[in-house]
Design a protein. Structure first.
Length: 286
């Protein structure tokens, strides 16, 4: 069985943040006063540290992803659920340290059209998108779990909506006139509400609770009338809530995935620029 490695996330990330902030502050002050140069002293050492952090980030992540994609391996299912947690913590801490060291290495207020400046810009984009992803991955999965009954891929949403609309139509067919009136005045406007999915996400209710809220709203409008004629209304409410949740699920999934291409692309650009920058620093590339 795999050995569970425990890396306390908060102390590791907090320590990396404090160290990076100190290095960045030193770099901003010393470069602004003209007391530091990228080619010597502490600023030069900071550049080496930034490069080592970046190489560490890429060297452990890239081979793992490449081999898994090449062999089309599924994600591992055995072992503790938190087996990837240490990798995430190390990745986040190294990314923060890399940014702090990069700021200490270069005069960020005097960037020019050079490979080094472009490298710093790509690292900044990678760092910003990475931090955004960290925040999104801390928040969105919980919200997503509340509004989905079945996990969907982006290409599945259109078919799922058509399926739910068909279920709603079948659930309404053959019902009493009272149920049809309730659907026309309450359920259909509920489903078609433009920002209803936003209220669902912000409200923090799961689908079961949202279904009870919708049914309670209907009962309040009916004021206790027609109880024996409301057969099938629970299923209608269930499907209506799923239809409202579908755009919420889609928006959350998009928000979770959208920064990833920017993050990976900027890392790829930074890899090429780092090689050029090192060759230029060694006098091999002019």
């Amino acid at each position: 069985a795999p050995v569970r490695t425990k890396i306390p996330a908060l102390p590791a990330v907090a320590g990396a943040t404090i160290a990076a902030a100190g290095a960045a502050l030193w770099g901003l002050v010393m470069h602004a006063r003209g007391h530091a140069s990228p080619g010597r002293g502490i600023a030069f050492a900071a550049g080496i540290a930034a490069a080592l952090c970046f190489v560490g980030l890429v060297s452990y992540a890239a081979p793992k992803r490449a081999v898994r994609a090449w062999m089309k391996l599924p994600a591992p299912k055995d072992g503790p659920r938190s087996v990837t947690r240490p990798h995430y913590v190390v990745h986040l801490a190294l990314g923060i340290l890399c940014l702090g060291a990069a700021i200490a290495h270069v005069p960020t207020l005097e960037l020019r059209a050079t490979a080094g400046s472009a490298l710093f810009a790509s690292l900044a984009i990678a760092g910003a998108s990475g931090l955004l992803l960290a925040v999104l991955y801390a928040v969105i999965p919980r919200a997503l779990s509340r509004v989905e009954r079945t996990p969907l891929l982006p290409e599945d949403f259109r078919g799922q909506r058509e399926s739910l609309e068909g279920r709603l139509f079948r659930a309404m067919s053959g019902k009493s006139d009272l149920v049809k009136a309730v659907c026309a005045k309450v359920v259909i406007p509920y489903v078609r509400s433009t920002f209803g999915f936003v209220r669902l996400v912000v409200g923090g209710r799961d689908l079961r609770l949202e279904q009870r809220v919708l049914r309670r709203a209907i009962d309040q409008k009916l004021e206790g009338r027609g109880g024996e004629k409301l057969g099938g209304l629970d299923e209608i409410c269930r499907v209506a809530v799923e239809l409202r949740a579908l755009p919420a699920q889609r928006a959350l999934l998009f928000a979770l995935r959208a920064p990833l291409p920017v993050h990976l692309g900027s890392i790829g650009v930074a890899c090429a620029l780092l090689a050029i920058h090192v060759l230029q620093a060694l006098g091999i590339w002019k």
